[in-house]
Design a protein around this ligand. Sequence first.
Ligand code: BDR
Ligand code: CA
Length: 313
Amino acid sequence: RQAIVIDTDPGQDDAIAILLALASPELEVLAISTVAGNVPLALTSRNARMVCELAGRPDLPVHAGADRPLLRPLVTAEHVHGKTGLDGHELPAPTMPLQAEHSVDVIIRSVMERPAGSVTLCPLGPLTNIALALQKEPALAQRIGRIVLMGGGCFEGGNITPAAEFNCYVDPHAAAVVFGSGVPLTMVPLDCTHQALTSPARIAAIRALGGRIGPAVAGWLAFAERFDEQKYGQQGGPLHDPCVIAWLIKPELFRGRTCNVEIETQSPLTLGMSVIDWWGVTERPRNALVLGEVDAQGLFDLITERLGRLARH
Ligand code: BDR
Ligand code: CA
């Protein structure tokens, strides 16, 4: 089993990523660490616990982390995710505790107390906690197996500014630390996630799973879809963060290439832009496997099958 730590800012798509991980026997979720992003930290920490309880995992340690980016003021995305971050289906208030240990420390501990290379970090939000952990423990970068993150865009451009994707935009300085860390990286950019779109049939299949999971996930997907359809005039809403978990379980659903990726931290116009050398026009180090394509139906089939396991509990 692959040991992972999920660093997250739920978010409907984060929530579905967490459920997918918890439903998948290939993965051992060591801890969930939260960060400010889609909504402020108090809400992401609350939402993460509600999602664990929905999955029947009140035992899972959930840790709160950075409440703001390294240098910039926090930018949130209630216009996408609603006031709670999980609008679309209401869950009961969480009863499981939030751990006393900070996200940064649980990330460091989870990696350092296990064999080198054996833990994968899965950041699904701004990279603040990951950057802080790399800075606090200089030996960390050498010991992380891989970081598989949702962030950035290549030919697709941005979704919060014309140039930048939300997670990289909110904390561009943290993203620059991570992309410069030397840790093996897999990057799921908007180019990939904008192929993973909901449809009425895909949402209906999830709703039909029943239990507590079916209506919850279907409600969130329907909510997320409203925003993207109005905004981009496309059919369906994208499942960003579940692609991170799906790549760990079934990498054959994805295609990508290993490229140099750098993050812009200076220009007001392109702040947080991921500059991806897709065509290899520079000699800069190829620091990330960038996923450019996903088999969308295969992804939805995987998610539906795995969520079905949770629904039967
Ligand atoms: C990313 O930003 C958030 O809104 C989503 O949860 C995802 O992690 C997409 O740009
Ligand atoms: Ca997210």
